[in-house]
Design a protein around this ligand. Structure first.
Ligand code: PLP
Length: 404
């Protein structure tokens, strides 16, 4: 029977039995709601005003989901997090890969240099002469062809309204058109390298939730920052593009698609978190993605009234430590982690009225703060539509890949 697309949340009351019938008895279990994932693919595309989205792989870490997104209308290419990962994905058929962060992995650079097809497919990120030196030294002996290594320059678009105040990611030291042009010219003096693009990621807009009255200051900062970026990034891109042919200018992330895509110098958006819509992305005023990734954990004890303890649960997201980095309990509704223990290493007590009805062996469903990191803890995800398990696919970990 053909599946009728659903815009309703997964039926958690039935999900446990559905998974068990499909042979998925082990807990914890990771589940992707395919209807929600596909809705998010379409919703992100609608937000770009026609610019392509380069899929940020760190926020998926599951090859089948990455391939589905990349193949969707409005999506093109991958934004990877390490060169090792990029080489692996290229060996599995992906052809347009930008590594979003600089690498000091000389062995991986040598492997890149030794494969002509990888050299043509993969772009490295640089922001300074030491990066250029390191790449040149690494490829010195390894080069099997004369095709140059593709590089892109990372520009800092953090907001600095006052001297000494830096709001945004601490990444590239290059902030001005002169800085950018200086490195572009340096690249052009090195025949082993070829400049193909610019990336300028506005993390203070793309990655900082701005929903609700208490975040009015965040919204003000983001508005001022996007105006400032429009001028500075625009001037830098025009300066570099005046002398060099650029294939792409990448900007943004899930949280900034609207503002980034209005910048006329941007040719593509890099984004991934909005596809599985992890909990940190509930907090944006401009869009509401559908939660698409859930984790089921087994209840193993009932230590007290209104308390149930699950095995595992401590999937804490990276970033500045705080309650927003903890998973959220989605089902049964109304449960929270205990204040004394939080989400634990081996066990996590969850507290609330609904715990009264939980028995040993029942499943409690969580969402995690970030979308990609949990895949490092699960070897596979079940892909589900409504009450049907459509497929079971390996995560990077399930494919024995470990990149950082
Ligand atoms: C360079 C770059 N682009 C884009 C993103 C946005 O990714 P996502 O949409 O998955 O949050 C990030 C996230 O950190 C990033 O570092």
């Amino acid at each position: 029977m053909a599946h009728l697309r659903s815009d309703r949340p997964l039926p958690f009351d039935e999900l446990d039995a559905v998974l068990r019938q499909a042979g998925l008895t082990h807990r914890p279990v990771g589940v992707v709601d395919l209807d929600a994932f596909e809705d998010n693919i379409a919703a992100m595309r609608r937000r770009t005003g026609g610019l392509p989205i380069r899929v940020a792989t760190k926020s998926l870490r599951v090859r089948s989901l990455i391939s589905t997104a990349e193949a969707a209308e409005g999506y093109s290419g991958l934004l990877c997090f390490t060169l090792d990962e990029a080489l692996w994905l290229h060996s599995r058929g992906h052809q347009d890969i930008v590594v979003a962060y600089p690498t000091a992995d000389t062995a991986a650079i040598q492997r890149l240099a030794q494969h002509d097809s990888a050299r043509a497919a993969i772009t490295l990120m640089v922001d300074s002469r030491p990066h250029l030196d390191l790449i040149e030294t690494a490829i010195g002996a390894a080069s099997s062809s004369t095709a140059p290594i593709r590089v892109a320059i990372d520009m800092d678009v953090a907001y600095q309204p006052l001297k000494g105040l830096h709001i945004g990611a601490l990444r590239s030291p290059l902030r001005t058109p002169e800085d950018m042009l200086g490195l572009a010219r340096e690249i052009s003096r090195r025949p082993a390298l070829r400049l193909v693009g610019i990336m300028a990621y506005e993390g203070q807009i793309a990655g900082v939730g701005n929903l609700g009255p208490r975040r009015a200051v965040v919204r003000l900062m983001q508005r001022a920052s996007s105006q400032e970026i429009l001028h500075r990034r625009g001037a830098a891109v025009r300066a570099v593009a005046g002398e060099f042919d650029l294939e792409f200018v990448n900007g943004g992330g899930t949280g900034s698609i609207e503002t980034t895509s209005q910048d006329p110098v941007i040719t593509e958006i890099g984004a991934g978190s909005g596809l599985l819509a992890s909990a940190l992305f509930d907090e944006y005023s401009a869009f509401t993605p559908r939660p698409a990734l859930f984790f089921g954990f087994a209840v193993v004890r009932r230590p007290a009234p209104k308390v149930a303890t699950i095995t595992g649960g401590g999937i804490i997201a990276s970033g500045v430590p705080g309650p927003d980095r903890l998973p959220r309990v989605v089902h049964p509704a109304g449960l929270r982690f205990s204040r004394q223990e939080g989400a634990g290493e081996v066990q996590s007590p969850v507290v609330g009225e609904a715990a009264e009805h939980l028995r040993v062996g029942d499943t409690v469903w969580l969402r995690c703060a970030k979308a990609g990191e949990p895949a490092e803890r699960f070897s596979q995800y079940a892909l589900v539509r409504g009450t049907e398990v459509v497929d079971v696919v390996p995560t990077y970990r399930g494919e024995h890949q470990l990149f950082l």
